[in-house]
Write a protein that binds this ligand. Structure first.
Ligand SMILES: C[S@@+](CC[C@H](N)C(=O)[O-])C[C@H]1O[C@@H](n2cnc3c(N)ncnc32)[C@H](O)[C@@H]1O
Length: 255
């Protein structure tokens, strides 16, 4: 039987071009009454690596995306610097949130600068969805460990741009510290730097197969040093109880 066109899980419901590996919906998480919360957490964790935005891979919890919406509204940034863009779903999501922000708070054009060691898949995915992507997105290819990278990103931004920075690269001590050292300067007072996925360091919550680790130690060490002196760790921004980024929601203090 051909798929029904009004079924949202059916590919035929959309005439938009489909990415090669695009299924219709992420796998469902079923809540089992009385089970340990860790079991529920692990199913959510598995689901979040298989989720989508506009048909492109997006590896974030819906709860964290809601927190980002609050932060974007509160800080009203000119740009998002995304470190680690994978397949482009998160790049496009941040771009679309900035576009919504511009609708309610008109001003200079807002932009996402998406950085990755290999920007090809993200650029390809974004271009598949929006042929005019370059009006609002810049891809910068590079290693977050490279001390020259922040200057390449600065060149893609208007002078003095206030940015939300999202670190989502390799989730290791060295990459996290390098991201914080290199990119905190783009966050203005009241703005946010989010270090994602410190769950890799929490035994009870860590994804079993993850090869990274050291995110939490890097955040702690950085906050204790000169670079992090102007920042506060905002644990109360873990608003919805479930976050992939515990200890990672950082805000530059107002003077
Ligand atoms: C977890 S994925 C990003 C997921 C994406 N932000 C999302 O929410 O869907 C990590 C990305 O960081 C990139 N990456 C890993 N190590 C990196 C490094 N040292 N420098 C720059 N990018 C890196 C990977 O190639 C990959 O694209």
């Amino acid at each position: 039987m051909p798929p029904r066109r009004d079924d949202p899980s059916s590919p035929a419901a959309s005439s938009a071009p489909r990415a090669p590996d695009e299924p219709a919906l992420p796998g469902q998480v079923v809540v089992e009454a009385g089970e340990p919360v860790e079991a529920y957490w692990r199913r959510r964790l598995a689901q979040h690596t298989g989720d989508w935005y506009a048909g492109l891979r997006l590896q974030k919890f819906p709860e964290d995306l809601r927190v980002y919406e609050h932060l974007l509204w509160a800080a009203n940034p000119d740009a998002v610097i995304e470190l680690g863009s994978h397949r482009g779903g998160s790049t496009l999501w941040f771009r679309d949130r900035l576009a919504a922000l511009s609708r309610y708070r008109p001003g200079p054009a807002r932009r996402v600068v998406a950085v990755s060691e290999d920007v090809g898949p993200a650029n390809e995915g974004v271009a598949l969805r929006d042929s005019a992507w370059h009006d609002s997105i810049t891809f910068v290819e590079g290693d977050v460990l490279d001390p020259a990278l922040p200057e390449l990103v600065a060149a893609a931004l208007p002078d003095g741009a206030s940015c939300l920075v999202v670190e989502d690269t390799a989730h290791r001590y060295d990459t996290t510290l390098s991201a914080l050292n290199g990119f905190a300067r783009f966050v203005k007072p009241g703005g946010f730097f989010v270090v994602e996925d410190a769950v890799v360091d929490l035994d009870a919550l860590s994804p079993a197969a993850h090869g990274g680790g050291g995110v939490l130690a890097a955040v702690t060490d950085w906050l204790a040093g000169d670079g992090g002196a102007g920042f506060a760790q905002r644990r109360e921004l873990e608003l919805y109880g479930l976050t992939s980024s515990p200890y990672g929601w950082l805000q530059r203090r107002l003077p």
